[in-house]
Design a protein around this ligand. Structure first.
Ligand code: ZN
Ligand code: ZN
Length: 186
């Protein structure tokens, strides 16, 4: 089923035949033979009209959000002001806020030395990427925090093994596993 710009739908035949009908939910019409010959004018609906009616349509805000995602910051700010109070304006404000949060997370990463995690993009990408050969995950913030902890004279306790590392070690060879764990126990 595809929606056209004019508000009508193209619905494929349900009998498996390679046919498609045009359904107009506004007018309550369909081009299928059953509707044209028997139902037209009776107020009854064919299965294609019924299918279109039960298909959830994206809300105005969802459609606006999809569009906003493709705009530049400058365009977003302009549209947000111009269309303030409408779904389009709301979607622009939300997208701007989402981008600001991303930038903030990047500039002030939260390092959790004990858990061996960081909220920066570098760490996230390494964690999500699970690249072959990467058997422990770190980033410049975690590295710095570890060095500072050592410099402060903290007894160099065994490094905790972050959950991400254990995940990566699933399927690793025995040698890889030993090497990775040794790093954390040094
Ligand atoms: Zn029909
Ligand atoms: Zn980081």
């Amino acid at each position: 089923m595809t929606k056209r710009a004019d508000g009508t739908f193209i619905v494929e035949s349900m009998s498996g035949a390679e046919r498609a009908y045009r359904v107009d939910p506004q007018a309550g019409t369909c081009t299928c033979p059953h509707f044209v010959r028997r139902l037209s004018g009776t107020g009854q609906k064919c299965k294609h009209l019924q299918a279109v009616e039960i298909t959830p349509q994206p809300t105005a805000l969802e459609r606006a959000a999809a569009k906003a995602a493709g705009l530049t910051d400058e365009e977003l700010l302009r549209f947000a002001r111009e269309k303030n109070g409408s779904p389009a304006g709301a979607a622009c404000w939300l997208e701007l806020a989402r981008r600001r949060n991303l930038v903030q997370a990047e500039n002030q990463p939260q390092v959790d030395l004990a858990a061996g995690t960081c909220t920066c993009r570098e760490f996230m990408e390494r964690r999500d990427g699970k690249r072959i050969g990467v058997i422990w995950i770190t980033c410049r913030h975690l590295d710095k925090a570890r060095q500072e902890a050592i410099k402060d004279g903290a007894s160099v306790a065994p490094r905790p093994i972050p959950p991400g590392v254990l995940q990566l070690l699933e399927g690793a060879s025995e040698a890889e596993r030993e090497r990775a764990l040794a790093v954390y126990q040094r």
